[in-house]
Design a protein around this ligand. Structure first.
Ligand code: ADP
Length: 604
């Protein structure tokens, strides 16, 4: 009798190497001829089942249930490895390579098939078994040869056994080589498929795109009917992709819950799990859950479901579910390990994309806050503009009136009035400067302000220096202007560059003694750069202050600097406008000696 007889069957043509299938049949045939048997079958371990891949010597067999089948129909029949080991081999007489299992041992009636021939009462009973288990170097069962129907009708005698053992050992070697070669072929095939698939996935922008790009290859490489990728959210799941016939598969919330619990456990164990009609790998869940999944497999016409966790670090981020249609082969160990690898790589893509997503979201939020701040500043400044203008106009009128006052006056009251008016005028002036600078600051956040174009900056610098001198009430001689003979073209915004020059020169004038010189130098700097320097011999800036110079509203802690009116916005505006030009501002300064501000702009 042959022990492999579970009712599920699948085509034996799945034996990955046709030549190898042929040589296995030859091995079985020669075992029949030289060993003197009517039938021999060859079976290999796939996953946790033993599968019949070749039968020699006979046309028909009788199954344990009495059914008569053609040989082709028993190809692909399976039996769990555990049943073979624990029920059959455990009860066998150990003849060395050969294991003899008399039909009288218990429980054997449920397993196997036998040669279809009448029992003539000979010593060999049709339900006896003579088996050659094939184990690898680690002692793992990899295959099995079963011999049936000795031509002489006798149980091999101890004298006959050594020769039989020799044949059997040879056949076992052939079988092990074939299995290992087939495994190797499969590993190479899957590794190549996986490498290609993952190479493509790594180039995808999002996990959804990664999975979409590789879905077809996964479906064909693993012979799937459907594929489903899910990402776990805190309380829910988010569908990454349904491929193949997955959208037609219904999923109840309880199945989703079971899948998630399984994926989280599997990620901790770094494994995949399979639950199928005949195959169970790493399925540790509750019995009720398993029954639910089995019922689902049955109803949906599936053979098995493989769950691979998607994760990174110690976090399980999602799951890949792979579905095989009823009758499909069991999952091999190699397939499981390749899918596990794919899950790990997809998990990595998932976690990178999540981190990028969070970063993008944070940047977006910051940008929104920034835009809101700019809008707020612009609105407030704008609203303040009119009342300040009204106060200023009235103040000017009041000052005018006070100077025209005639008649008897009280000189003390008169002086007091003038002082008050002057103080109010200074206050209003500061207020309007603040409003102007706030509006300028808000404008630097407006993407449409300061559009750039090819411009020539020499004249522009000269004009801006003039404005700064005028604003500071200083004479032309305060500034030493060093401009090159040849034109200095840049890609920039004339108004923006003017604001930069006015601010830097105004500061240089403001923060240095009235008689000290200020140098403004324009020249071609590094290749493709234009350098504008504003150098003074004024109060200088401490190192600690230099670090904060370009921060909004920053004013120096130096009392000499604080004596001068200011808002702390000028350098922030300068920095932002220069950066809008893809340039940069640097500062070198020493307290008490002076400062040099340098603006570097890309040349045209
Ligand atoms: P403010 O309106 O106060 O001048 P800025 O942003 O232009 O604002 O400058 C910030 C601070 O940097 C100033 O308060 C001042 O202390 C310091 N600072 C700027 N330019 C100079 C300079 N040329 N020399 C010395 N200190 C300067």
């Amino acid at each position: 009798m042959d022990p492999t007889s579970s009712p599920t069957s699948w085509s034996a043509s799945d034996w990955s190497d046709a030549t190898m299938g042929h040589s296995l049949r030859l091995a079985a045939e020669s075992m029949c001829v030289f060993g003197g048997f009517l039938a021999a079958s060859i079976n290999v371990v796939r996953g946790d089942h033993l599968v019949t891949v070749a039968v020699a010597g006979i046309e028909r067999v009788i199954t344990a249930s009495g059914e008569i089948l053609g040989v082709d129909e028993i190809l692909g029949r399976t039996i769990p490895v555990s049943v073979l080991e624990e029920l059959v081999l455990a009860q066998a007489d150990d003849w060395g390579v050969l294991k003899y299992v008399p039909h009288t041992r218990s429980g054997l009636e449920q397993v196997g098939w036998r040669v279809d021939m009448p029992y003539d009462g000979s010593e060999w009973h049709p339900d006896d078994m003579l088996l050659v288990p094939v184990r690898d170097d680690d002692g793992r069962l990899r295959g099995l040869m079963a011999l049936d129907g000795p031509t002489d009708g006798l149980i091999p005698t101890p004298e006959r056994r050594p020769l039989l053992q020799q044949y059997a050992a040879q056949a076992a070697r052939v079988l092990l080589t074939a299995i290992e070669r087939s495994d190797l072929n499969e590993r190479v095939r899957l590794a190549e498929a996986a490498r290609e698939v993952l190479g493509r996935a790594a180039q995808s922008k999002s996990p959804e795109a990664a999975l979409r790009d590789i879905a077809d290859d996964l479906l064909s490489a693993f012979g799937l009917t459907a594929l489903r990728g899910t990402v776990f959210e805190s309380t829910d799941r988010h569908l990454l992709l349904d491929a193949g016939s997955a959208s037609g598969l219904q999923h109840s919330p309880s199945l989703t819950r079971i899948g998630r619990i399984a994926a989280e456990r599997l990620w901790r164990q770094q494994q995949v799990a399979v639950l199928g009609r005949t195959q169970t790998v790493n399925s540790d869940g509750a019995d009720a859950d398993r029954a639910l999944v089995r019922a689902y497999i049955e109803e949906s016409g599936l053979e098995s479901i493989l769950i691979a966790p998607l994760g990174a670090g110690d976090q399980c981020l999602g799951a890949l579910a792979m579905y095989r249609v009823a009758g499909a082969p069991p999952w091999t160990e190699i397939e499981c390990s390749v899918v596990q690898e794919i899950g790990r790589d997809l998990g990595r893509i998932l976690s990178i994309s999540r981190a990028l997503g969070l970063e993008r979201q944070a940047t977006e939020e910051l940008r929104e806050v920034d835009a809101y701040k700019s809008r707020l500043i612009a609105t407030v400044a704008h609203e303040l503009k009119n009342p300040i203008a009204a106060v200023r106009a009235n103040l000017d009128e009041a000052t005018q009136l006070s100077s025209e006052l005639t008649g008897p006056t009280d000189p003390a009251a008169d002086a007091g009035l003038r002082r008050s008016l002057a103080a109010m005028d200074r206050g209003v002036h500061r207020l309007s400067t603040l409003v102007e600078e706030l509006l300028l600051l808000a404008s630097t956040a407006d993407p449409n302000a300061y559009p750039v174009e090819p411009i020539e900056v020499t004249d522009l610098v000269e004009t801006a220096v003039g404005h700064a001198l005028e604003g500071a009430g200083a004479g032309r001689s305060r500034v030493r202007l060093e401009l090159p003979e040849e034109p200095v073209p840049v890609i920039g915004n004339a108004h923006g560059i003017e604001i930069v020059v006015v601010n830097l020169v105004s500061n240089a004038l403001k923060y240095s003694p009235a008689d000290s010189p200020v140098t403004v130098r324009l020249r071609h700097g590094e290749p493709h750069e234009v350098e504008l320097s504003v150098i003074d011999e004024g109060i200088g800036i401490s190192e600690a202050d230099q670090a904060e110079l370009f921060t909004e509203f920053f004013r120096s802690t130096n009392p000499a600097a604080l004596e001068q009116p200011g808002t702390g916005l000028g350098l922030t505006i300068v920095d932002r406008i220069v950066r809008r030009h893809r340039g940069r501002v640097t500062v070198e300064s020493e307290l008490g000696c002076g400062s040099a501000f340098r603006v570097l702009l890309p040349a045209r």
